[in-house]
Design a protein around this ligand. Structure first.
Ligand code: COI
Length: 352
C-alpha cells in the first residue's frame, strides 16, 4: 500500500492514564486521536490525524436533514507477541464503499481507509487492550457536509475514524422478540448497507421489545413477516440438524463476522446454507429439538448466544449454551486467531 500523505498533530496530553480497562462500557471511551478526511470538488483533499475532539458543522448540513451517513465497525486486537492486528479491515472497506454507492456518496480510497487506519493505530497502539475478550473498536464513518436544504447528493463529505477500547457488547446470552409489525428493510431498499437510518428506525420497536422483557428484536421480511432477517445489531445463524444456516439477501446486512463463520464452517467440512429461514421452521425446529444452536454474529456482538425467542405471545427456549458445539468452537477459534494464540492460515489478521 502506498504511504498516504497524512498530516499528524499529536495530542499534548494523553487521556490513557485515566482509563479503567477493567470497566469498559461499549463506545464510551474514545482514544486520543482520530483521522479526518475532507472531500470536495470531486476529490479527497486533506487527510489528517488530530487529537480526538468536537467538530464544527453547519445547522443546514445535509446529513442532518436527508441522512447521507454511513459507518463501519471493525476491531483491533493485541496479539500474544504484543503486536497490534486489525481483523479483516479490507472486508469492511469493501462494504463501506458498497454502502457509499447506494447512498450516492463518494468511495473512500483504500489508501485513506486502510493506510490511514494503520497510521492512526500506530499512534494509539497503547489504547488496544490486552485482556482476553477486550479489543479496540474502530468506527469509520462518512457523512454529507454540504450546507444546503435542497434534496440532492451533497457536494462535500467528511470521513472520520474514531476508536476506543471495548469489552463485550452483550455480556450474556440475549433474548429476541420476533417482530411481526414493524419493518427494518424492504426489497430494493438499503437493508444490506450500514447507513445510520437503519439503526434509527430500529430504536422504537426495540424499546417496545425491551418493555416486554426482550433484549432485541428479530426482524422479519417486510412483505409477510414470515422469514427471519437479522437482529439489527448483528446477523443471525442457526444450527438446524447438522447444517449451519444463515438468512441472506439484500435486506440483511452483509456481515463480515457472519461471512467469516460460514467460511470457517465450510473449511471444517460442515454443511452450510445461506437461505431464507421461516419463523415457522425455526419455531418448529426448536420444539422438535432440530434447532440446537442459535446465535447473533457481528463485530460488536462477536458471537452472542440466543437464550430464547418470543413469538406470538409465547417464549421458545433454546438448548443450554454449554451444549452448543459449533458456536462455542467457532467463538474459541476466532478468539485464539484474533489474539495470535494460533496460526492465521487465512491472512485475516492485518498487522499494524
Ligand atoms: C458493529 O457490530 O460493529 C455494529 O456496527 C453494530 C452496532 C450497532 C454496535
Amino acid at each position: 500500500m502506498s504511504n498516504t500523505n497524512i498530516r499528524i498533530e499529536q495530542t499534548q496530553q494523553s487521556r490513557l492514564p485515566a482509563v479503567d480497562f477493567d470497566n469498559l462500557v461499549f463506545g464510551k471511551i474514545l482514544s486520543d486521536h482520530m483521522l479526518v478526511a475532507e472531500y470536495s470538488n470531486g476529490n479527497w483533499n486533506e487527510v489528517s490525524i488530530v487529537p480526538y475532539g468536537n467538530i464544527s458543522i453547519s445547522p443546514s448540513m445535509s446529513a442532518l436533514h436527508y441522512g447521507q451517513s454511513i459507518f463501519e465497525g471493525v476491531k483491533a486486537y493485541k496479539l500474544n507477541d504484543g503486536r497490534v492486528s486489525i481483523f479483516r479491515p479490507d472486508q469492511n472497506w469493501e462494504r463501506f464503499n458498497k454502502s457509499a454507492a447506494r447512498l450516492q456518496m463518494p468511495e473512500v480510497p483504500k489508501e485513506i481507509f486502510l493506510d490511514g487506519l494503520k497510521q492512526l493505530l500506530e499512534l494509539d497502539q497503547n489504547w488496544v487492550p490486552s485482556k482476553d475478550g477486550a479489543s479496540l473498536y474502530i468506527r469509520p464513518f462518512m457523512f454529507a457536509t454540504e450546507a444546503a436544504l435542497g434534496v440532492h447528493p451533497s457536494d462535500s463529505y467528511k470521513f472520520i475514524i474514531i476508536t476506543g477500547p471495548v469489552g463485550a457488547y452483550y455480556s450474556k446470552p440475549i433474548s429476541l422478540k420476533v417482530e411481526t409489525h414493524y419493518t427494518r428493510a424492504a426489497d430494493g431498499g438499503v437493508g444490506f448497507s450500514k447507513n445510520a437510518g437503519n439503526y434509527a428506525l430500529a430504536l422504537y420497536p426495540t424499546e417496545l421489545a425491551h418493555k416486554e422483557g426482550y433484549d432485541q428484536v428479530m426482524w422479519t421480511d417486510a412483505r409477510d413477516h414470515k422469514y427471519i432477517e437479522e437482529a439489527g445489531t448483528a446477523n443471525l445463524l442457526f444450527r438446524i440438524g447438522d447444517t449451519i444456516i444463515t438468512p441472506h439477501g439484500d435486506t440483511i446486512l452483509h456481515g463480515v463476522t457472519r461471512r467469516t463463520i460460514i467460511e470457517l464452517a465450510d473449511k471444517w467440512g460442515l454443511k452450510t446454507e445461506q437461505r431464507k429461514v421461516s419463523v415457522a421452521e425455526l419455531i418448529e425446529g426448536i420444539e422438535s429439538g432440530a434447532v440446537t444452536e442459535a446465535f447473533a454474529a457481528g463485530t460488536a456482538a462477536t458471537i452472542t448466544h440466543i437464550s430464547k425467542i418470543g413469538y406470538d405471545g409465547k417464549d421458545y427456549e433454546l438448548p443450554p449454551v454449554e451444549t452448543r458445539e459449533f458456536s462455542n468452537k467457532v467463538f474459541q477459534y476466532l478468539n485464539d486467531l484474533r489474539y495470535g494464540k494460533i496460526e492465521d492460515p487465512f491472512g485475516w489478521n492485518f498487522i499494524v
